[in-house]
Design a protein. Sequence first.
Length: 304
Amino acid sequence: MPTTDPKIIRNFCIIAHIDHGKSTLADRMLQLTGVVDARQMRAQYLDKMDIERERGITIKAQNVRLPWTADDGKDYVLHMIDTPGHVDFTYEVSRSLAACEGTLLLVDAAQGIEAQTLANLYLALENDLHIIPVLNKIDLPAAQPDKYAGEIAHIIGCEPDDVLRISAKTGEGVADVLNAIVRQIPAPMGSVDDPARAMIFDSVYDSYRGVITYVRVFDGQLSTKDRGLMMSTQNQHEILEVGVVSPEMMPTETLSAGEVGYVIPGVKNVRQARVGDTLTTVRNSARESLGGYRDPKPMVYSGL
């Protein structure tokens, strides 16, 4: 599989409050781009964990690669990184945002902007992301798109007419969102010829394959049989497999600059592959990490 030209790649995520329709919008995008056909489709397709499906919330960041032929007739590769919507996952959200160049700000047209959305919006602005405002659920009788378009425009400093109006449930306007991503979000920077640097924005444990890390490659290339090096812990390990998620895992020979995918690093413990760490290769290792890494703090809350 040849390396993908960074010019046609767009990396984006979706910021939304719980229940503003993020998972439904992701579902529509999967259908429109043809990576999931109607027969395999189910609601909340990317929410794989039982508890996510049961509660209707997104806990783990998922990523998926979407092919899209834009209205300019060219083919693009879109990487959607789905971020957790809950306030306890601020660090995970910040790492997911750092893996993107742009974000969709998704707001319910019946409820307007909520505090949680604002918190993540400020994170996105800190990361210099291009923001595309989108009002969802315009099909609801209680929707007030004009009122909330004005509110969003005031907060992010755009015109009310720039706010896209869609219904993720019916699919209305979703194609316009994909075209806006291609037009407005910048292509990733970074050179394939530099030493490899990839940021881990999520890791999961699989009982058959060990730890699977989801990465965004900023520079260089990662390929199977490379020896990987985690820059915060200096742990070395064999890279067993690299690939892309579309929406199931598909192994490829390499992951190169600008791409988002997964790496199976042949480690047995998630602590050896920490979120926010920089992955490079032993053979041609990077001098400095991508920055922003900190030791994750476990959170426990109790209400009295």
